[in-house]
Design a protein around this ligand. Structure first.
Ligand code: PLP
Length: 356
């Protein structure tokens, strides 16, 4: 196991940073009168539930997460959605205009946007035709200023897992950080990279409560990595990035994993049914295999089908402008009724075009 040179990997200003020390961080013992944080001691119009600042490190939520995920609390960073986690890694590790990161499109758009916002060069190495990593090209793109390789598995928008061996090769040979975004891992039949955290000091795994857990509006994503990496990004984060209302909702939900597993079961079954139904449509040229809660299909005329569906009140994601996804639509798997309506509507499209 090669050691990660975190001292040189993080930006110099972050390495030298004295992080903001909040009142709640400096004192977290027992007291009865709190006059240290300029809060409103009278309460608020909502009562006295929300007048105090929340736990800046969300320890209770992290301990609960550890009952579900194979990690320790010190290996977790909780962000305002995974999008905040992604941004943290750019801000902590990438020197603007000097460092670079590698992304492998077609993939999640936020990787590139985060790079652009942080003025960090994003080197794009396209996936192969079967949406796998092009290892020789990735290796070629890496130089001494490459800090992060951003991967997504199961990948959005293609739906497939990246081959374990190629991620392994990168983890073993790249001296920077490999981020594996697992937003859709709950829908996959394969194990999470979380199980490998202790084997690779340069591995970061991103997960979210926005998809399988059904909490997109609460904005909770988390990054899991070595405690050393987590310490670095904790220095960069806004002190109170997760509000206490959200923390208490999350604690409540994390106690109900069975309900989530049941919903996941629905999506996995519906994925098979929908894939079969879609591939039976004559204008569907390819249904890409999916390990996620969406299906990518290649059709004869994506724009036409996309607008037809909108005219019937159904919105899917038109991905046809993305290189590698020409004429592709990404369809989120819905409820049983929604999927049924989608299919009957698509069958009507077939008839409309046939009679033209
Ligand atoms: C949906 C999605 C996320 C989730 O982002 P949140 O900010 O946690 O809602 C992260 N990564 C990928 C690839 C996604 O598709």
């Amino acid at each position: 196991m090669n050691k990660l040179d975190l001292d040189n990997l993080q930006r110099k200003n972050i390495k030298n940073l004295t992080p903001y020390s909040s009142a709640r961080h400096e004192f977290d013992g027992n007291a009865s009168i709190f006059l240290d944080a300029n809060e409103n001691s009278l309460g608020s119009p909502l009562g006295d539930v929300f007048n105090r600042y929340p736990d800046p490190f969300q320890w209770e939520v992290k301990r609960k997460l550890c009952e579900i995920k194979p990690v320790n609390p010190e290996q977790i960073f909780i962000g305002n959605g995974s999008d905040e986690c992604i941004d943290m890694f750019f801000r902590a590790f990438c020197e603007p205009r000097i460092d670079n990161v590698i992304v492998c499109p077609p993939t999640y758009g936020m990787f590139e946007v985060s790079g652009d916002i942080n003025d960090v060069e994003v080197r794009k190495v396209t996936l192969t035709e079967d949406f796998q990593l092009d290892l020789p090209a990735v290796t070629e793109a890496i130089d001494e200023n490459t800090k992060l390789i951003m991967l997504c598995s199961p990948n959005n928008p293609t739906g497939n897992l990246l081959a374990v061996e190629s991620i392994q090769t990168l983890l073993e040979n790249f001296s920077g950080i490999v981020v594996v975004d697992e937003a859709y891992i709950d829908f996959s039949t394969k194990p999470s990279w979380l199980l490998e955290l202790n084997n690779y000091p340069n591995l970061v795994v991103l997960q979210t409560l926005s998809k399988a857990w059904g909490l997109a509006s609460l904005r909770i994503g988390f990054a899991c990595a070595s405690p050393e990496i987590i310490t670095v990004i904790n220095k960069v984060k806004p002190p109170y990035n997760i509000g206490s209302a959200v923390q208490s909702f999350v604690l409540n939900v994390l106690n109900q994993e069975e309900k989530v597993l049941q919903m996941v079961q629905h999506f996995m079954i519906a994925r098979e049914i929908l894939s079969l139904q879609l591939s039976a449509l004559p204008f569907v040229q390819k249904v890409f295999p999916s390990e996620a809660n969406f299906i990518l299909i290649r059709v004869t005329d994506a724009d036409s089908i996309y607008h037809y569906l909108i005219s019937r009140g159904i919105v899917v994601r038109n991905r046809s402008s993305i290189p590698g996804c020409e004429n592709c639509l990404r369809i989120t798997i819905g409820s049983q009724d929604e999927n049924q309506v989608l299919i009957t509507t698509l069958i009507k499209y077939e008839k409309t075009t046939a009679t033209n």
